[in-house]
Design a protein around this ligand. Structure first.
Ligand code: NAI
Length: 336
């Protein structure tokens, strides 16, 4: 079956890594008809908007997008593409799988966890006021609708992927009402799913300490917006950084898959960027589409390339001398 999806190359290294991902996905046997669309600084220069209406409309139509990093031009008038996409498409769950990669040396082994972050409210609601000069407030919003929705998502994710444990990080000892509501909704979902999924609550400071002491003991982490943002980068650091973790933003209607790193203007256009993170995001996209065999083929291929550690097949940031294209071609050879 041929699927249709949006490909948003983005800015900086985006077009190079997106092209590498497109070729690798094509070589995996999955059939995707791409509609290539603009977003970011290049789109702003051409269309006067970092997120042109045709791009948003195409994602709503195809319901799936693979997105490269974008640069948000500094200065008034441009809102972040990522924030706009989350709001306009109601992409309420950010999902970031974090796994120890073969051949990528870090302090930890056997990390295999998934960070699930509420993407729409909390302190990121952006409601800030200056009460009197020198006194500002920032409101943390928690709604039962959003807390229930993300808790349901996390338990459903755990259940369908046969994961064993959900851990909620919170600060309900201090933020008794907002984090209290988050916990209340997580507990209700724990009760609904029963004993097959173990459930644990950790005050976030203790949770951070446990994560850096023994990350392998964690499975699914469920967090509100700010905690999820911070903890997901911390978790990426446990397995080798932003270059080796994929990301996705998922709603009931649409899903946007993207590498977590930025547009890296310092190395753009030189064929040296590592395309692994967007390729891994492409694997998540294939799984989402039900193309699990193609997804497994790509995953096996990059595991092999990383394990073999041939300098002519690895990009510079992970110890090799290969270019973006050569890295992608090494993956494609492993799939033949
Ligand atoms: P960055 O992630 O673009 O770069 C940080 C460092 O990591 C740089 O030295 C860069 O060369 C390196 N790097 C990043 N990705 C790499 C890759 N795939 N292969 C090899 N090296 C890589 O972060 P920075 O410099 O803070 O942001 C640059 C621009 O990207 C900004 O305009 C920022 O707003 C945007 N950005 C966009 C994101 C998105 O669209 N999802 C996320 C983060 C930043």
């Amino acid at each position: 079956m041929t699927h249709t999806a949006c490909l948003i190359p983005g800015d900086g290294i985006g077009p190079e890594v997106a092209e590498a991902a497109r070729r690798v996905i094509e070589a995996s046997g999955a059939s995707i008809a791409w509609e290539v669309l603009p977003a970011g600084a290049a789109a702003a220069a051409q269309y006067g908007d970092v997120l042109p209406a045709e791009t948003l409309e195409a994602i709503q139509r195809h319901k799936i997008a693979l997105k490269g990093p974008v640069t948000t031009p500094i200065g008034k008038g441009f809102k972040s593409v990522n924030v706009q996409l989350r709001k306009k498409l109601n992409l309420y769950a950010a999902v970031r799988p974090v796994r120890s990669m073969p051949g990528v040396k870090t302090r930890y082994e056997n990390v295999e966890l998934v960070v699930i972050r509420e993407n729409t409210e909390g302190l990121y609601s952006g409601i800030e006021n200056e009460i009197v000069p020198g006194v500002v407030t920032s409101l943390k919003v928690a709604t039962r609708t959003a807390c229930e929705r993300i808790a349901r998502f996390a338990f459903h994710y755990a259940h369908t992927r046969r994961r064993k444990r959900v851990a909620v990080f919170h600060k309900a000892n201090i933020m008794k009402m907002s984090d209290g509501l988050f916990l209340e909704c997580a507990r209700a979902m724990r009760d609904a799913y029963g004993p097959d999924i173990e459930y644990e609550e950790l005050i976030i400071d203790n949770g951070c300490m446990q994560l850096v002491r023994d990350p392998a003991r964690f499975d699914i982490l469920l967090l509100e917006n700010l905690y999820g943002d911070v903890i997901s980068d911390l978790c990426a650091g446990l397995v080798g950084g932003l270059g080796v973790v994929p990301g996705s933003n998922i709603g009931d209607d649409c899903a946007v898959f993207e590498a977590v790193h930025g547009s890296a203007p310092d190395i753009a256009g030189q064929n040296i960027a590592n395309p692994l993170a967007i390729i891994m995001s492409g694997v998540m996209m294939l799984n989402h589409l039900g193309e699990t065999d193609a997804a497994a083929r790509i995953r096996d291929a990059y595991d092999k390339v990383l394990r073999d550690r041939r300098p002519d097949e690895l990009t510079r940031d992970i110890g090799g001398v290969a270019g973006t294209r050569e890295f992608a071609e090494a993956l494609m050879r492993r799939m033949e």
